[in-house]
Design a protein. Structure first.
Length: 87
């Protein structure tokens, strides 16, 4: 499912417009809700796993230079987009 289709499905669910084909809409609605939940979970900040000068994303395990991220004030994992919070 594309992001656009998920957005449209969630909008239809919000306004109760998704009653035309219950079987297919139920699958689309479930998929759209799962995509929405994953997107919201990425917005919850988490501490990186520190390993000296390097850190790892707590979600995907992507390894990055912690000092470089702090220097450029990056707030998200460069790999998966998870919000990173520093102490």
């Amino acid at each position: 499912m594309t992001e656009y289709l998920a957005e449209r499905t969630l909008a239809n669910m919000r306004f109760n417009l998704s009653i035309t084909r219950p079987g297919i809409n139920a699958v689309n609605e479930k998929t759209a809700l799962e995509m929405g939940v994953r997107a919201l979970e990425k917005q919850i900040s988490a501490q990186p796993v520190n390993d000296g000068a390097f850190g790892k994303c707590p979600d995907c395990g992507y390894e990055f230079n912690s000092e470089l991220l702090e220097e450029y004030n990056l707030k998200f994992c460069l790999n998966c987009g998870k919000k990173i919070q520093y102490c």
